[in-house]
Design a binder for this molecule. Structure first.
Ligand code: GLN
Ligand code: ZN
Length: 768
């Protein structure tokens, strides 16, 4: 018999219950008991759903109050010293302190910054980056995995606990002080993993899922040896506990040999990202291993091509027999929206093309049944799947000849500004007359409860369009005044009309569809609702011009027009799977290019095109990266270079690991680029020691992911560090990212400190 399995289910809840509970708790409006109760209810719902569907391997410990890497940090007691954690168990406050930092005064404690956060592989999910010391000690400090296994057990549901594997855990971390390789800590770490496995076995678990996604990356001999050593030990912990080692997001490739040598019982492979690996995996899989086939896409929303997936399953069955096969999603379903059945506003045609997490579980069950009992047992469902896929391919809604032609006609001339940056800079400065180290923000200002409430009221129809517009204009007016009062040099309108920087554009473009409840977790309580790009993209009308123009009319200072770049719109959407990503990206770039031209025509002198997602689209392995960077950079340039020399193009990327793509950042040829830098204390600027970044750059001077307010001295210090690497006429001063998730009470003192620090640095430079 072939077994149905799942690797993980969304945690946030069908109506974002977890988000609401977390935020209420953080604001002191709910007790920890209330928060934990919500969490328990969500877990119960997920387990019961999978149990009712009859999945044989149901995950547990896939739930998290914030992030599963942070859970692992807690599990092994790797709490950085600055959180002053003592004791046996990592408590809730310490847990959230690591995630969000601690603000001084709130609980009489001193301020402590949050741990670093970065993207989980090439997804838009962020994890907390483990920090390791050379003398790092580990101890079992959270039994969450066991507790949740027992919790499910008490509901009568037998689960397979999920843990992040020890090797990937170390590889995803960074050394806190001196440079050393976290892998050297493997020997100290393994006993803690062994202990938790022993406890799981004692609690009655017979399978455990260890995720080692780093096995799809380029790994050297040291890493490979680490997997062997780790699983040698963990595989020997208990004869009753079987290990499924899960890989996903790519091809095992040259790590296949290593994977096949591990002392494990089952191996999961991603056949969506890497269908080609089925053959070599089947050819090399040792006889004692079960193969878990990831055939349902955990990363996208399209309905499964059941016949095609069944063909893969059948070829595996032919070689391995049916007892050694599991059928599951390509990766955890964490990256999918939860339930298509909630989407009552989507039209029938579109709905028939889609499957969300819950529907994907159903697909897994259908495939398993077809494998075990023959297709005839699920004939109708297979027929429906076949029809839906054929209908989608032929639908007139996805093809637009004009757009296809425009993309075919893209010439090199469309990809470059006509004058080099140095000359543009002079012309722009003549017009803008900015001081040294100009201050600005990344775009959004707090999306307060009031803003969200008014939006909801408008959507419900309780206020009309004019009333809503008047409200937004008032918010913009106040925000412009605020920025003038604080003394910022380049202003923004605040983005109050946007729920999300991609959704806002997608709703105005052709070829995009939107969901009502299609939320996926981005970090902690923060969720995004990615659009679904299903067809050729075009722009029927200007999208931002009126707001920008209105905002500019309120001030003599330069007002930035704010756009989201093509790569980011692509990356943060669910993308059609019937043409190359680069093709879709170029279509979006042309739409943004038209918007840039309209903004310029409306008198906007500075236009920011955000590309926060450029790096996360980078292929996980070295080969393939250059090709991606070439088309991604060209798409940005296509969007940005249709302007006069005097128009200043800004861009922003919100991650700190740019070292490996630094030259592509330069190739953007944006006049100014803003990059997240404060969490890494300007470490990222090291990249600029070797590479002379030619244009202007604003390394972020404070972290906006945390409510903590930076001091003027702290910002001053960071700016000094930046000036150690960059020219003073090249540096801008700005936060790490947009301020939408922050509160005005935090924004005001933070920006005040920032402006004061910038002035102090200016004064010290002019005094020299
Ligand atoms: N302009 C956007 C904002 O300020 C940029 C957000 C981002 O980079 N993620 O919110
Ligand atoms: Zn950002």
């Amino acid at each position: 018999m072939v077994y149905a399995t799942n690797l993980g289910y969304p945690r946030i809840g069908p109506k974002r219950e977890l988000k609401k509970a977390l935020e209420a708790y953080w604001r002191g409006r709910a007790t920890s008991a209330e928060l934990l109760e919500t969490a328990r209810t969500l877990r119960k719902g997920n387990w019961e759903l999978q149990h009712q569907l009859d999945l044989q391997h149901i995950p547990s410990n896939d739930f998290s109050l914030y992030d599963h890497v942070l859970d692992t940090i807690a599990m092994v007691g790797a709490v950085p010293r600055r959180y002053r954690w003592k004791g046996d168990r990592v408590d809730l406050d310490t847990y959230f302190a690591m995630a969000r930092g601690v603000q001084s005064g709130v609980t009489g404690s001193e301020a402590v910054p949050a741990m670093d956060m970065t993207k989980w592989f090439d997804t838009n999910y962020h994890y907390i980056v483990p920090e390791f010391e050379p003398d790092q000690a580990f101890k079992l400090a959270s039994t969450k995995a066991v507790d949740e296994f027992l919790e499910a057990k008490s509901l009568g549901i037998h689960t397979r606990p999920v843990l992040l594997g020890p090797v990937s855990f170390l590889l995803l971390g960074k050394s806190a002080s001196v440079e050393f390789s976290p892998l050297t800590l493997l020997g100290q770490l393994l006993p803690v993993y062994a202990e938790i496995l022993r406890q799981l076995a004692a609690a009655g678990a017979n399978w455990v899922q260890l995720d080692e996604p780093c096995l799809v990356l380029d790994q050297g001999p040291r890493e490979r040896q680490a997997y062997i050593v780790a699983y040698q030990q963990l595989g020997a912990v208990s004869p009753d506990l079987h290990i499924l080692l899960a890989t996903y997001f790519g091809d095992l490739g040259d790590n296949l040999e290593t994977a096949c040598k591990l002392n494990i019982d089952a191996l999961h492979v991603d056949l969506l990202r890497a269908p080609g690996q089925l053959e070599p995996v089947l050819a090399n899989l040792p006889e004692h291993l079960t193969l878990s086939l990831g055939v349902v896409d955990g990363r996208n929303v399209w309905r499964n091509d059941l016949s095609q997936a069944l063909a893969q399953i059948k070829s595996a069955m032919q070689q391995l027999g049916s007892e050694r096969i599991m059928v599951g999603p390509s990766c955890s379903l964490l990256f999918s929206p939860i339930d298509l059945d909630q989407e009552t506003k989507l039209d029938e045609e579109l709905r028939s093309w889609l499957a969300f997490a819950r529907q994907k579980l159903e697909e897994i069950m259908l495939l398993t049944k077809a494998a075990n009992q023959g297709v005839s047992s699920v004939q109708d469902s297979f027929e429906a799947s076949r029809k839906a896929i054929a209908a989608r391919r032929a639908s007139s809604r996805i093809h637009n000849q004009v757009v296809k032609q425009r993309v075919a006609d893209i010439s090199p001339a469309l990809l470059s500004r006509s004058t080099p940056h140095a000359e543009r800079k002079r012309l722009q400065q003549e017009k803008l007359k900015l001081p040294l180290l100009p201050t600005t923000t990344i775009g959004s200002f707090p999306q307060t409860r009031e803003v969200r409430k008014m939006r909801a009221t408008f959507k419900k129809g309780a206020i009309n369009g004019q009333e809503y517009e008047a409200f937004l204009k008032e918010e913009i007016r106040k925000t412009v005044r605020f920025q003038e009062d604080i003394g910022l040099d380049v202003l923004v309108h605040g983005e109050f009309e946007r729920t999300d920087m991609v959704e806002y554009f997608g709703t105005q473009l052709e070829g995009f569809a939107f969901t009502t409840f299609g939320w996926v977790q981005s970090y902690g309580s923060r969720c995004v609702r990615p659009p679904i790009i299903y067809g050729d993209v075009s722009r029927p009308h200007p999208m931002t011009v009126e707001w920008a123009q209105y905002a500019q009319s309120l001030t003599d200072k330069p007002m930035k027009g704010m756009l989201t770049g093509p790569v980011t719109i692509l990356q943060w959407s669910f993308v059609r799977d019937d043409q190359p990503r680069s093709e879709t990206c170029n279509q979006i770039a042309l739409a943004i290019r038209d918007e840039v031209a309209d903004l310029e025509r409306a008198g906007i002198q500075i236009i920011q095109i955000d590309e926060p997602a450029i790096r996360e689209g980078l292929p996980l392995r070295q080969n393939g990266r250059q090709a991606y960077l070439t088309w991604a950079v060209n798409a940005f340039r296509l969007a940005a270079s249709g302007v006069a020399d005097t128009t200043q193009i800004h861009s922003h990327m919100c991650y700190s690991e740019i070292n490996d793509i630094i030259e592509s950042v330069g190739a953007f040829d944006a006049d100014v680029i803003f990059i997240e830098a404060s969490r890494s204390k300007m470490e990222l600027l090291d990249a600029f020691r070797q590479y002379q970044y030619p244009n202007d750059i604003g390394p972020g001077v404070y972290d906006i992911h945390s409510p903590r307010v930076p001091s003027e001295d702290e910002v001053f210090g960071l700016l000094q560090r930046a000036l150690g690497v960059l020219r003073s006429d090249q540096v801008w001063v700005n936060p790490d990212c947009g301020l939408k998730t922050r509160r005005w009470e935090e924004v005001e003192p933070s920006l005040t400190a920032m402006v004061a620090a910038a002035r102090r640095v200016r004064a010290s430079i002019t005094a020299d």
